[in-house]
Design a protein around this ligand. Structure first.
Ligand code: FAD
Length: 433
């Protein structure tokens, strides 16, 4: 049964959601606040007025993107395509490297939008300001939106809404003990673009995810010293091999009364100029006016398998929340599931059964000691989740080769040795020999 469906956001998730919905015969409208498709991959040299992005959330989101100028993908192109439209084997913006720069991915997404027919369904400069159930028609949805800089808000009614507004925009900043003693600068990686402002500085980088690794390395080329603080470094504390001036520490213990940064491993404290938080992002849905769907300690819930709020399934859904997985593939699988659930070709359990499953998942996480704020981080069960969603739409489990490729990429990132981006192909050949 075809439905009218609004998709919020034309990043990678929104674009592939729209393709899957179109394939399933639905009538799709994609709302995109900016002037272009591609979301995160449209590099924006601007940064927020507040370097920590801790103003009111609407202001913090003024600059959507969090890419730095030098960014190359952290996954090989083979893991960043869609079925029937690969990033591997074709060049989109003159950058054929296995780990291309951001312009290549943006050009790929634009080409995908055009060639899949999605581009014609995208309304650019259309910001969704409210999504809520249509009064008196619990199963239909009102989408209120306005044009760029516009004051006039237009309301339209859809059968369903798929939320794909991205989640790498609003910084998550931990409150360090003693931060009141800090006299230097602070910023979040959301606002990092180039290393020059850190020339000759001593910088403490908090967090060792993919961005933290890249940024610490880049800054170390110009800074006096870089000190990386992470809870995942216990076995590698000390000077980083191959770097002139970078050290790994455990977590920041506190900012001392004298303003120096102390680490929990008990090494000498550091007098630094800047603390740079590479500590991830908050899920944020300022337009959502739906009773019972909340963000609590960075858990979006209640959601059945990260996608459907049981009370509103299948007419309200979220695509793209999980992290620590092959993201483009997970966007596509979730999108297909949503498209088929809407047409009735994929069956969902009833509301109560879905709510019970959400509760069960939450208890399993508690038992495993996984903090609530990591709800959507799929490690270590990422393949289990991907295979589960694949099974809902009749797809086979993930190929072992893709799984191994992803896990190898993660090991490479954490090795802190950037050479993997250029030696990957040779290594693959050697491994296969
Ligand atoms: P986005 O790309 O953020 O798109 C969301 C879209 O929604 C935006 O266009 C935004 O303008 C729009 N929007 C938001 N609110 C509204 C509204 N109210 N109304 C209308 N439109 C709205 N992933 C990888 O697979 N490989 C990598 O190498 C990789 N590197 C990364 C490096 C960095 C620094 C970052 C921040 C992320 C990286 N990622 C990487 C993850 C990346 O976020 C995903 O690949 C993916 O692009 C996210 O797509 P999305 O559609 O969910 O969100």
């Amino acid at each position: 049964m075809p439905r009218t469906v609004a998709v919020v956001g034309a990043g990678a998730a929104g674009l592939v959601a729209a393709r899957e919905l179109l394939r399933e015969g639905h009538a799709v409208t994609v709302f995109e606040r900016s002037a272009r498709v591609g979301g995160t991959w449209a590099y924006d040299p601007r940064s927020d007025a507040d370097p920590l992005g801790q103003l009111d959330p609407a202001a913090a989101a003024a600059v959507h993107g969090s890419l730095y100028a030098s960014l190359r993908t952290n996954l090989p192109r083979e893991l960043m395509g869609f079925s029937g439209f690969a990033l591997a084997g074709r060049v989109f913006a003159g950058d054929p490297r296995t780990f291309p720069g951001h312009r290549e991915v943006l050009a790929f997404l634009r080409a995908f939008a055009v060639e899949s027919g999605v581009a014609g369904r995208v309304r650019l400069r259309a910001e969704v300001v409210r999504v809520g159930p249509l009064a008196g028609h619990g199963e239909r949805w009102t989408v209120a939106w306005r044009g760029e800089g516009g004051v006039v808000v237009v309301e339209e009614v859809f059968d369903a809404v798929v939320v794909c507004n991205g989640h790498c925009t609003v910084p998550l900043v931990p409150k360090l003990r003693g931060i009141g003693n800090w006299q230097g600068k602070q910023m979040h990686s959301h606002n990092y673009r180039t290393p020059e402002p850190f020339q000759d500085q001593t910088v403490v980088v908090v967090g060792l995810g993919a961005s933290g690794v890249d940024i610490a390395r880049e800054i170390s080329n110009v800074a006096k010293e870089v000190h990386i603080a992470s809870r995942y470094t216990e076995d590698r504390l000390g000077k980083v091999d191959n770097y002139q001036n970078a050290w790994l520490h455990s977590e920041v213990d506190c900012i001392q009364d004298d303003g120096q940064v102390r680490f929990s491993e008990g090494s000498a404290s550091i007098a630094a100029d800047t603390i740079l938080y590479c500590t991830g992002y908050r899920y944020h849905f300022p337009f959502l006016d739906v009773e019972g769907v909340t963000v609590d300690d960075n858990r979006v819930g209640p959601l059945y398998k990260h996608v459907f709020p049981p009370k509103h399934a299948p007419n309200l859904s979220f695509v793209g929340l999980p992290v620590k997985t092959i993201m483009f593939q997970s966007f596509e699988l979730e999108s297909r599931w949503v498209a088929r659930a809407l047409s009735g070709r994929a069956e969902l359990p009833g509301e109560e059964a879905m709510a019970a499953a959400v509760e069960e998942d939450s208890q399993r996480m508690d038992a495993a000691g996984k903090p609530k704020r990591h709800t959507h981080a799929l490690m270590p069960d990422w393949v289990e989740y991907m295979d589960w969603v694949a099974a809902q739409v009749g797809e086979p489990p993930m190929e072992a080769r893709r799984r191994e490729m992803y896990e190898k990429a993660l090991r490479c990132i954490w090795s802190l040795d950037d050479s993997y981006r250029d030696s990957w192909e040779e290594e693959e050949e050697e491994e296969n020999r």
